[in-house]
Design a protein around this ligand. Structure first.
Ligand SMILES: Nc1nc2c(ncn2[C@@H]2O[C@H](COP(=O)(O)OP(=O)(O)O)[C@@H](O)[C@H]2O)c(=O)[nH]1
Ligand SMILES: [Mg+2]
Length: 440
């Protein structure tokens, strides 16, 4: 799943990733392509519109246009919106009450019976449930009960059904049995139809009225296209589902159903079926899925990393000061320390797209450390007015920092040069701040 949409979005993101200056036009163009990619992946029109509008509002805000690396900031916004459209956090089952009563609903062939057995296996092996019951309440298809019975025996979980066609009676009796015998969890497999069908919904509604289900999970084939919306809506309006289970995620579906159904129902996608075998069952992690769709996990973590350590405002303040050319060694020290907080330069470089190829930009951390030591050995007055540093001060600073007078001299010279250049640049009112002659 998602391969197609992923390839398309990756291309859009790749184009915008390294963009140093971003305009409204860049954003509009990227959004147009994202819109196409989503529609081609069969995401519902309504959901595509909501998604694009939401990204647009955020992307045209101050943050992107003023960010240090706007292209990457934009990718982070798209990623965050994807996560939010897929559900903000994985929602496990509610284990607080026992017996855990799980009703599985969905169209015929969606994978309910398979999921019933997968869930039972999961509760047994991963959650250590000792007393589990699988209930065959699909009285619509002749072989349905047998199918579940066979699966139940392969995982050694008790199976319950009755030999008649009254599904409601079967469900009721199974519930009574679960209470009497203190079962910890009961999973009810029900009948589906090829389409949303009034009889089917009426039967399920009756079950819901009789039994206090902990979860009503809609099992849905991830191959569903535009009709996913109506199916999700139909089941949700009739039953008030508590979660979604996406099946056949291993297939070559385009992934649109996942985005659409979560948005339309506002209930979390709790699990995914990723194959016919019973162990092919996973939690649905919105973050992981979003990063698989975008293929830009690295960029997102880089932006998060930088956001965490250097507030954008701080960087802007420093930049403004630099432009005014009253940037002094105190500010220089602050900048260096802020960079240090971000972790080893090499790790940081690795996270920058293409950063691994920047091997020839040699950031000598030892050199940075000795520069820092020199500045730290200065008095605040010296840092603010480096011109007062005479030979005897130089000697004292060299001694304090464990360096030499020559090194102190070199730093002061480079700094004076940099400042001079900055003054010229700001007089011309252009040019990006940098540290000419400095190690970065
Ligand atoms: N590849 C794949 N096949 C699945 C998956 N889940 C179910 N199936 C297959 O889909 C078909 C219908 O599943 P079933 O559980 O009988 O659906 P139900 O009619 O809703 O009970 C069966 O052949 C299953 O083996 C899955 O996650 N991946
Ligand atoms: Mg079935």
């Amino acid at each position: 799943m998602f391969d197609n949409i992923s390839a398309k979005l990756y291309e859009v993101m790749r184009k915008i990733k390294g963009t140093g200056v971003i305009t409204e036009k860049n954003i509009e163009d990227a959004l147009k392509e994202i819109r196409m990619a989503l529609l081609e992946a069969d995401v519902s029109y309504k959901v595509v519109k909501a998604f694009i509008d939401s990204v647009k509002t955020k992307a045209l805000g101050e943050v992107v246009l003023k960010a240090i690396s706007p292209g990457q900031q934009f990718i982070k916004i798209v990623n965050d919106e994807l996560v939010s459209f897929l559900g903000d956090a994985e929602k496990p089952l509610d284990y607080s009450k026992q017996p855990l009563l799980i009703l599985l609903v969905g169209l015929q062939g969606s994978g309910k019976t398979t999921i019933a057995a997968k869930l039972a296996r999961f509760l047994k092996t991963e959650k250590n449930f000792k007393k589990l019951l699988l209930v065959g309440a699909d009285t619509y298809r002749p072989a349905a009960k047998d199918q579940l019975k066979k699966l139940a025996s392969t995982i050694d979980v008790p199976f319950y059904t009755e030999d008649h066609n009254d599904a409601i009676k079967i469900v009721q009796n199974a519930y009574t049995l679960a209470q009497d015998e203190l079962y910890q969890a009961v999973i009810f497999d029900t009948a589906g139809r090829l389409h949303i069908d009034e009889d089917m919904l009426a039967e399920l509604k009756k079950m819901k009225a009789l039994i206090p289900f902990t979860e009503i999970l809609l099992v849905a084939d991830s191959m569903l296209g535009q009709e996913a919306v109506n199916i999700a809506k139909g089941f949700n309006e009739a039953l008030g589902i508590t979660g979604l289970v996406l099946t056949k995620v291993d297939g070559d579906s385009r992934g649109g159903a996942a985005l659409s159904m979560k948005y339309i129902t506002a209930v979390p996608i709790k699990f995914m079926g990723t194959g016919e075998k019973l162990e092919k069952f996973e939690y649905f992690y919105p973050e992981r899925v979003a990063s698989r769709i975008l293929g830009m996990g690295d960029v997102v973590s880089l932006v998060e990393h930088i956001e965490k350590t250097v507030a954008i405002e701080d960087a802007q303040k420093a930049e403004a000061k630099f432009r005014k050319a009253n940037f002094n060694l105190e500010d220089f020290l602050e900048q260096m320390q802020a960079m240090k907080k971000m972790g080893p330069m090499e790790d940081l470089l690795k996270m920058i797209p293409g950063g691994a190829q920047l091997g020839n930009i040699n950031i000598d951390e030892k050199h940075m450390k000795s520069l820092e030591a020199i500045i730290l050995s200065m008095t605040p007055k010296e840092r603010n007015h480096p011109e007062i540093i005479n030979d005897s001060r130089k000697k004292r600073i060299a001694k304090g920092s464990g360096t030499t007078s020559e090194k102190v001299n070199k730093l002061l010279k480079q700094f004076a040069q940099a400042r001079k250049m900055m003054k010229q640049m700001s007089r011309k009112k252009h040019g990006k701040p940098s540290f000419p002659g400095m190690p970065f």
